[in-house]
Ligand binder design. Structure first.
Ligand SMILES: Nc1ncnc2c1ncn2[C@@H]1O[C@H](COP(=O)(O)OP(=O)(O)O)[C@@H](O)[C@H]1O
Ligand SMILES: [Mg+2]
Length: 244
């Protein structure tokens, strides 16, 4: 799958946040987006997923050459796009397993065997060091910050999107959890050939993963597009070189 963002302009609450962002991500590729707080990273992720909070005022979002600007978020998910939220919401009354099953069935357009799903959930709760007990709960309800983040990686493993956007999957995690999450993201993406766009502030998670491309977003514009060694430059000297 090819995701193309062409000269995207977008506003949140009437405030212009994205000022002409262009980006191409293919399945199988691993991209990282960095950028100072408030530069528009989360807004970009939400715009790609079709969040109603973000108003796209100009530009195009294309999947395999087809314009998806007007598609609803769930239709975008059915195409194979996935967004891990920076701050996952709690959804009371929606059982974890039922939620995953219904989303997975929409995604593949067929039936998902409950037994296979349970096996997969068990496998990834082990790999991600998540308490099995979450399976009996409502989605994200009462989950700790770390459990919410890990739970979204579990969802990604089950749903097998073609391109996943992960908004700060490392925020709020302790050092062991960062390693576990990073290793699982790498394993899941390699196994399924998915494309990854990871938004992060920190080098640590990237020391367990090997991004191929880096992008720096500043004031709603891409100010760097290139090799991933920019990440080391940012770690050492901050954003000065890119935004100065
Ligand atoms: N609901 C909102 N109303 C007005 N401004 C917002 C809203 N949400 C985000 N913003 C502003 O949009 C800008 C970009 O935010 P965001 O995309 O979250 O940045 P990042 O993820 O890079 O830190 C910030 O200046 C932020 O204050
Ligand atoms: Mg953000």
């Amino acid at each position: 799958m090819k995701l193309e963002i062409v000269d995207l302009h977008a506003s949140v609450g009437g405030k212009k946040i994205l000022n002409g962002v262009s980006l191409v991500i293919n399945s199988g590729e691993f991209h990282v987006i960095m950028g100072p707080n408030g530069s528009g990273k989360t807004t970009l992720a939400k715009a790609i997923m079709g969040s109603p909070e973000v108003e796209v005022t100009e530009g195009r979002i294309l999947v395999d050459g087809v314009l998806i600007n007007d598609l609803s978020p769930d239709k975008r998910a059915n195409l194979g796009l996935f967004l891990q939220f920076q701050n996952p919401v709690e959804i009371g009354g929606v059982g974890y397993v039922n939620f995953l099953r219904s989303v997975a069935e929409k995604r593949i357009g067929g039936t998902v065997s409950i037994k296979e799903l349970m096996n997969e959930i068990k496998d990834y709760t082990n790999k991600l060091h998540i308490d099995q007990g979450i399976v009996g709960r409502s989605l994200n309800e009462g989950f700790s910050g770390g459990e919410k983040k890990k739970s979204e990686i579990l969802q990604m493993a089950v749903l097998k999107p073609k391109i996943a956007i992960l908004d700060e999957p490392d925020s709020g995690l302790d050092v062991d959890a960062v390693r576990v999450v990073a290793n699982n993201i790498s394993e899941i993406s390699e196994k399924s050939g998915m494309g990854i766009l990871i938004i992060t502030h920190y080098n640590r998670i990237l020391s367990y993963m090997k991004p191929q491309f880096a992008h720096v977003l500043y004031n709603g514009k891409i100010v760097y597009d290139g090799a991933a060694d920019a990440v080391d430059e940012i770690e050492k000297n901050g954003y000065e070189k890119f935004i100065g």
